[in-house]
Design a protein around this ligand. Sequence first.
Ligand SMILES: Nc1nc2c(ncn2[C@@H]2O[C@H](COP(=O)(O)OP(=O)(O)OP(=O)(O)O)[C@@H](O)[C@H]2O)c(=O)[nH]1
Length: 333
Amino acid sequence: MATAALARRLGASVKDAGAKKGSGWYSSHMAAASRAILERIPLVDFTLEIRDARIPISSAYEDLRDFPPSSRRIIVLNKTDLADRRQTKEWLRYFEEQSCVCYGINSHNKDNIKEFLNFIQARVRELKKDDQLKYTTTIMLVGIPNVGKSSLANSLHQIGRISAAEKGKLKHTIVSPLPGETKDISSLKIGSHPNIYVLDTPGVLHPSILDVEMGSKLVLTGAISDSLVEECEIAEYFLSILNTSNEYKHWENLLAKEDEESSRDHKTNFGGNLEVELRRRKQYLTDHTQEAFHIPLGSAKDINHRVALKLLNLYRTGRLGHYTLDPIPRNAK
Ligand SMILES: Nc1nc2c(ncn2[C@@H]2O[C@H](COP(=O)(O)OP(=O)(O)OP(=O)(O)O)[C@@H](O)[C@H]2O)c(=O)[nH]1
């Protein structure tokens, strides 16, 4: 079946699941969080809207849709390591053309975080000229579930404190591959002179997703829990995307390239041993990729389910290539 038809079928299942009271993706904690976030927007200095770089439009935070672009609102496309690099550049250009301040980032990459911290500090200096610099700056991270708000908050906290030579224990907000794990608003210090704090907030989705294709992208990228629909249906949708892309042609190169990138990142970030890391990585990829496509004995339904889970895990961790699922709007300038 064609990708669009599969997206609509999966999106319809997501929509039906969301409509079931008490068991959908919208929970009472989201309603409370949405109100708490809206109350704080006028009080904070900056609002960072975190989106998933693979779905820059589908992952928009609904409550901010009607706010006009402003230098105090920054759109952050996170998980750029999982998206198509060329399309991310086009998306950044698109947002700039819409007069939005926009930044692309991989929250797990130390160099990205350092550059982003410099960018934030420059914005803070611009906003708080002269004596205002002695006052504390607050930055609130908002977004739909699972886009990486807590990961970004933790990374900024870690790097910010090291560069400010701050002493004391590092704090952590909850990071999880499952959506909806952050339930409270928490603050982490990311800079001194001036003091800068980030507020990590729970992910909030709109109570009803009207666009069925958007629903299918949200479940594939992990913003909506897999438990609401059949995992086989999600995997089938991913396979249809894979079939229409050229990514699989790069799979042979992907292994070598990822080895190279991963060991370089590992060395730069954590000072690891190159050879050991290369061996570990190769072994991991070989084991896991073979495991995914090896058909174990068992009922057909069980096998399909296991393969679907593995496939989704490989896709979501970037081991099957880089995909941007939202196309740039045709009427873009
Ligand atoms: N590949 C990749 N994974 C990321 C990145 N940022 C976060 N993740 C992963 O995405 C998942 C969700 O991250 P969280 O930081 O818990 O997301 P969140 O937006 O706080 O989630 P909620 O609690 O649902 O609001 C985790 O498995 C993270 O490790 C990134 O830049 N690249």
